[in-house]
Design a protein around this ligand. Structure first.
Ligand code: NAD
Length: 439
């Protein structure tokens, strides 16, 4: 598959491909969406084709074969990727995803969004993303450890605390980060805590990192509700995805007074008018592995959750779930994108026409990379901050970015997504211009 297109027009699109993602909508094509968002920002900023192509194209891409010796003795093979989209503003930074249908185009899109997110929140990183096309639920812990260590050793030449710093994403967690840190450190001959973020606290992880994305989602969700004149204690919400981002976002929203009436995971959704008992639901998920069957609520179809009559919708699962086919049926007044790329370009246009306020992923879910940055700073200085310090700095950065994006959007009559992307792209282009082109 070629990435470079012959003209700026081609750079703005990617050939549609069938449902090859993590459970995302069949028509979703994150790379096409990411490129069309960039094209819109570039059009607004009036950049030339050459700069557009530079911004649309990853600096470096690595595809690796990852052999795994299964517990039974036989050997199997997976494909892994690491894409470094841009490092004009600092080392590349981005998560690592384990899901059956991860592919290079999905990783390219996620890496591009990381570049904009880091620039928008003014953390000194470029964007990267990694993935292995593997279903983590189908493997033992020992197999996941071996596959993680082998993948790490395959991408070792391009990662490092000053080059590219992985973090958790779908299907990976702090244990995955601990294995990466150990593999990298063993190969270096000394301990390198700054190689990953999202590590266990016992290994130099940051207070507040595990819940940072969800806290950030909650900060901007409450700001967005206030912006449209809704008080949290009179607002209702639905959250899609009950993983690292969705579960805590639901909890923090409920703590703020919002009635979280529905949540879902890849197996189904549950609904209770007036609000779910999230502590009991969390116990149920711990015991059964899914929200389905929770006795304190009604079962509903996963897709129906997106169309519930609630004030706030938080998609916090996978790409492409709000699309041409269902955006017209979304009844929420505010959509806050906990996931990366949950709204397709066509879905976005429909939501905008209908006056739904969409807080875009690169702003809404940036809490994770902000506290990842704090973790990296702490690890590099070997000096750790208290949880309340981390949380105060996170809130300050989220709300300042929210205010900045809102002001930029209102001054120019733009959507929050176009404003956020344009602000971010401007910062990356400025860094690129100041550094100049070598040679
Ligand atoms: P996770 O693996 O912890 O959880 C994913 C959740 O989504 C699970 O509950 C899963 O069952 C559910 N899910 C998957 N497909 C679904 C579908 N089709 N419908 C409904 N639910 C579905 O992953 P996570 O870390 O919570 O990531 C979720 C999203 O947030 C991803 O888009 C990720 O890129 C983004 N994100 C994560 C972080 C982070 O810090 N973990 C930071 C920024 C953005």
């Amino acid at each position: 598959m070629t990435l470079l297109a012959d003209s700026a027009v081609d750079v703005a699109s990617a050939a549609p491909h069938p449902a090859q993602h993590t459970g995302a909508h069949p028509a979703s094509n994150p790379l096409a969406d990411a490129r069309s968002q960039l094209a819109e920002a570039v059009g607004l900023l009036g950049y030339a084709d050459g700069l557009h192509r530079m911004l649309a194209t990853p600096r470096r891409e690595l595809t690796v074969a990852v052999p795994l010796r299964l517990d039974g003795g036989e050997t199997t093979l997976f494909t892994g990727y690491r894409v470094q989209h841009n490092f004009s503003r600092g080392p590349a930074k981005g998560g690592l995803r384990y899901a059956p249908n991860v592919d290079l185009d999905e990783v390219r899109a996620l890496a591009m969004w990381m570049t904009w997110k880091c620039a928008l929140l003014d953390v000194p990183y470029g964007g990267a993303k990694g993935g292995i096309a593997i279903d983590p639920r189908a493997h033992s812990v020992a197999e996941l450890e071996r596959v993680t260590r082998r993948y790490t050793s395959e991408i070792l030449p391009i990662i490092g605390p000053e080059r590219d710093i992985p973090a958790p994403d779908i299907g990976t967690d702090e244990q995955t980060m601990a294995w990466i840190m150990d593999t990298y450190s063993v190969n270096s001959g000394y301990t390198v805590p700054g190689i990953v973020t999202g590590k266990p606290i016992a290994l130099g992880g940051s207070q507040g990192r595990a819940s940072a994305t969800s806290r950030g989602v909650t900060h901007v969700a409450l700001a967005a509700l206030a912006h449209v004149g809704l008080r949290p204690d009179r607002a209702t919400a639905a959250v899609q995805g009950f993983g690292k981002v969705g579960a805590d976002a639901a909890r923090f929203l409920a703590d703020a007074g919002v009635a979280v009436e529905a949540v879902s995971d890849m197996y189904g959704a549950v609904h209770r008018a007036g609000g779910l008992d999230l502590a009991a639901l969390t116990d149920h998920v711990r015991a059964t592995g899914t929200v389905v069957g929770f006795p304190g609520a009604d079962s509903i179809d996963g897709a129906a959750l997106l169309e519930l009559d609630v004030d706030l919708l938080v998609p916090a699962a996978v790409e492409g779930v709000i699309h041409e086919g269902n955006a017209g049926a979304v009844r929420a007044r505010v959509v806050v994108e906990g996931a990366n790329g949950p709204t397709t370009a066509a879905g976005d246009r429909i939501l905008a026409e209908r006056g739904v306020l969409v807080v875009p992923d690169i702003l809404a879910n940036a809490g994770g990379v902000i506290v990842s940055y704090f973790e990296w700073v702490q690890a590099n200085q070997a000096y750790w901050w208290r949880a309340d310090e981390v949380e105060a700095r996170l809130e300050e950065r989220m709300l300042s970015a929210w205010g900045h994006v809102l002001g930029y959007a209102e001054a120019r009559g733009l959507s929050l997504r176009t404003a956020a992307t344009a602000l971010a792209v401007e910062r990356v282009a400025e860094a690129h211009r100041l550094r100049g082109l070598y040679p």
